[in-house]
Design a protein around this ligand. Structure first.
Ligand code: SAM
Length: 188
């Protein structure tokens, strides 16, 4: 069964809206092969379409949203939904830090209400083999107008918004641009 479908011209995972480029799966394949990730963490669950897709690729998926709406998990047993405000340091420290500090590598998909703010706050806690990815990403306004908007019609995060004392481009950075993701890792 093809689980990724268009409904009313919007990408869906079965019945759940997925706010990603429709051709996102090759990027997930590349990420999965790049490193052994013990868990994927999504900031910004929304309808859960992308959450369910991540659960097809990664062993454990944790998804955070400020809203407490329960998503459809279909048959996935590897998704944990957590309600938290990822703009508040104490919520990050109490609810996210215990997860990312566990043994093993994290891949963190930042897709909440303010991607740069979330990435900058969370970047203080990531480990050396973690990846941290920012969605709705173009390098800068020129990059968005010349390239990015042909892929994804939204730019919320430019590199200049990120704290590059903590973050540096990962070797998958150029590939990620084709899927509206900025792909970073720890720079300290
Ligand atoms: C763009 S949607 C996420 C889309 C989803 N990742 C996908 O690919 O289908 C953004 C989500 O971020 C959530 N959000 C906004 N501000 C937040 C915050 N401070 N902390 C956690 N989640 C937040 C919103 O409630 C919304 O569900």
């Amino acid at each position: 069964m093809n689980k990724l479908i268009y409904k009313n011209r919007v990408p869906h995972y079965i019945e759940s809206v997925m706010m990603q480029v429709f051709h996102i799966t090759p990027f997930l394949e590349i990420l999965k092969k790049h490193r052994d990730f013990s868990r994927a963490i999504e900031i910004g669950t929304a309808d859960g379409g992308f959450t369910n897709l991540l659960a097809d690729y990664f062993t454990n998926v944790y998804t955070f949203d400020i809203k407490s709406k329960k998503i459809n998990l279909y048959d996935h047993k590897n998704i944990q939904q957590i309600t938290a405000n990822m703009h508040e340091l104490n919520e990050i420290e109490n609810k996210l830090l215990p997860i990312i500090s566990q043994q093993g590598n994290n891949i963190i998909f930042i897709d909440g209400g303010d991607k740069a703010k979330e990435a900058n706050l969370i970047s203080n806690y990531i480990k050396s083999n973690d990846l941290i990815l920012c969605h709705d990403f173009s390098i800068d306004a020129n990059d968005f107008f010349n390239r990015g908007k042909m892929i994804w019609n939204c730019a919320e995060c430019y590199e200049e918004f990120l704290n590059l004392k903590n973050l540096k481009r990962s070797e998958l950075f150029d590939i990620g641009l084709n899927f509206a993701w900025g792909t970073y890792e720890r720079n300290f």
